[in-house]
Design a binder for this molecule. Sequence first.
Ligand code: AKB
Length: 318
Amino acid sequence: MGRDKILVIGANGQLGCVLSVALQESFGKENVILSDIKPNPFFESHFKQIDAMDYNQIEDVVKKHSITQIYHLAAILSAKGERYPLRTWELNMKMMLNVFEVARKLRVSKVFFPSSIAVFGKNVARSKATQSSLLNPATVYGISKAAGENWMKYYFDQYRLDVRSLRYPGIVGYESMPGGGTTDYAVEIYHSAVKNEKYICCLNPDTKLPLIYMDDAIRATIEIMQIPKDNISVRTSYNLASMSLSPIEIATEIQKLYPSFKVEYSTDHRQDIAATWPSEIDDQKARKDWNWQSKYDLNQMTKLMLNQLKKKYKKINN
Ligand code: AKB
């Protein structure tokens, strides 16, 4: 790992800020350049403000720091994307192509680009989306990720650019807040419980979606970037599975520790989006190619979320 120099684009996001710390721990702070469009006081050093819509800004940092790996995480997510469809398409595609072009021209050795369960659409059996299920996304975010998957394959086939990717389920973690996604409820619900507030859930109680605990998502990302190139048989994006949960299942688990916790269900356009996504993912390919296996279940995740958030809010309130 010694000689790798990493650039994270979108380091302020839900996944970005946790992954950035994990990469700093593995590669050394001096070898990980963090970036986002807005400054981040938490990451005082090794942080660069980059607008990924500007090719030159990415190129300058990659050249100056002799970057060998880029993690490009910045994107507008599913729920927000439906409010600004054209802007979402423009932003998600342009940032991604800027990264791929810089990586190609400057011979960056590896790129990570996240995909999502949003690439699947209504045609897929909700009960189990396989690696090769047809992609027929119903959101602009999903369309941009499905297009991104094809671009990854194109850059690999044409230029041998080693882009690696996971189709993330909704990510649940206590360290950071999500923003603009359909699965955001699965983080917010824990915050409400710890704050002794009633939670108003935008999905129906029984809408099951694929979810993953943050530590599993981080480990999966680091693992896929470490495996030998020849082990990667999927050059679009790997299905990644962990849990399949509904709001009522999470609420019931929370109530075991917070018995007075209440949830009210008031659906909005996010329910329509969730209804087009699979409830479960088949990740056999990831298991076979790089021994992927998730570790956290609902019970472990709930205990961790509630304990860590309790500590966090205690600190804030003192
Ligand atoms: C979203 O809800 O848009 C994201 C995702 C599943 O990609 N969390």
